[in-house]
Design a protein around this ligand. Structure first.
Ligand SMILES: Nc1ncnc2c1ncn2[C@@H]1O[C@H](COP(=O)(O)OP(=O)(O)OP(=O)(O)O)[C@@H](O)[C@H]1O
Ligand SMILES: [Mg+2]
Length: 332
């Protein structure tokens, strides 16, 4: 656990890509945490830094990417200070990850069984026979029919939904205490999506696994998560319990996201309104609030300085000057 008893905690994490055109500040001061047994949602538009934040924690950044500041604490250890060998043990064994791109974790030239048993033998020091038995058991637990036959098939022999189940199986086969799922259902049709999410819910309940769920879909967050972090331009715009974020958003960006999705629980009074404009160029992030250029409430100070995270109450925080005690009262 982190110093405050959190399972995983990031403090002021900064990750940049050093490219031929300059430094891309992909993660720019992210602080977040997850506790044991919790499901945390991470939402935000494309390019807001969701994947890079998690890849930083897992030590899986591509070559041009580097963590340049901050701390990542997992079970009282600073992940950034671990050697690659130790980090390999954490990955797979303690933190499982379902990647946004399925082919990142599945090797097309090995059978599914081979890939799962290899992980088990490496991390759990079990015999080949035991690993085989466990692999069948795990495939069954993610509802893959005839797992004893499927185990000798290759990734291309599985449908998209089944492949996603295999990825979940691989991510949980060593019983990690944290599962990071990066857009685990985006590519799937709605029915399969619901089945996979239900499966993940059961896993997190049954095994008391903490889950970080990265998604574009606020509906998924409402159905699955305890808390949410809203990301924008490599920063956390707002964080809090799901009910606070959905019913009492205190950052105009969160409000914009909520207005841009249909809400099945409410007859939509207003038309759906996508947020106008584009996120800033992370090669040259603005001096003030990253959202100011698109914000209908922007004040002078928003252009001049970056808003700190204001505590609104009970775990609810928003990085927006409207929450300053002297700010004008606006109804969002
Ligand atoms: N290899 C790379 N080189 C340079 N910039 C990168 C690289 N990978 C990511 N970035 C930049 O980092 C920022 C954050 O990217 P990231 O993939 O974390 O976004 P995301 O929130 O996961 O988006 P999506 O919802 O599309 O998956 C983006 O501006 C992206 O262009
Ligand atoms: Mg991503």
């Amino acid at each position: 656990m982190g110093k405050d008893g959190h399972l995983l905690e990031m403090r002021n994490l900064r990750t940049s890509f050093f490219t031929h055109v300059g430094e891309v500040k992909a993660v720019d001061g992210v602080s977040l945490y997850i506790d044991r047994g919790e499901t945390l949602g991470v939402v935000g538009e494309s390019g807001s830094g969701k994947s890079v934040t998690m890849l930083s924690a897992m030590g899986l950044l591509p070559e041009t990417g580097r963590v340049i500041g901050g701390e990542i604490l997992f079970s009282e250890r600073s992940l950034a200070r671990l050697r690659e060998r130790e980090m390999e043990t954490v990955r797979g064994n303690e933190i499982g990850m379902i990647f946004q791109d399925p082919m990142t974790s599945l090797n097309p030239v090995f059978t599914i069984g081979n890939q799962i048993t290899e992980t088990l033998i490496k991390h759990k020091r079990v015999t080949k026979a035991e690993a085989n038995r466990k692999a069948v058991e795990i495939l069954a637990s993610v509802m893959i029919p005839s797992p004893e036959k499927r185990i000798s098939q290759y990734p291309h022999e599985f449908s998209g939904g089944m492949r996603q189940r295999v990825m979940i199986a691989m991510a949980i086969c060593c019983d990690p205490c944290l599962l990071i799922a990066d857009e685990p259902t985006t590519a799937l049709d709605v029915t399969i999506q619901a089945q996979i999410l239900e499966l993940m819910k059961e896993l997190s309940r049954g095994r008391e696994t903490s889950v970080i769920l990265i998604t574009h879909d606020l509906g998924v967050v409402a159905g699955m998560c305890d808390r949410v972090n809203v990301m924008y331009a490599g920063q956390i715009a707002e964080s809090g319990a799901v009910r606070d974020i959905f019913h009492r958003p205190r950052h105009p960006y969160t409000l914009g996201l909520l207005k841009s999705v249909p809400n099945p629980n409410r007859i939509q009074k207003e038309r759906l309104a996508p947020i106008k404009g584009h996120p800033p160029d992370l090669l040259k992030p603005p001096k003030g609030c990253a959202f100011a250029a698109r914000c209908e409430y922007a004040m002078k100070i928003c252009l001049a300085s970056r808003p700190p995270s204001f505590e609104i109450g009970d775990g609810h925080n928003a990085a927006c000057f409207l929450n300053h005690p002297d700010a004008p009262r606006v109804s969002m």
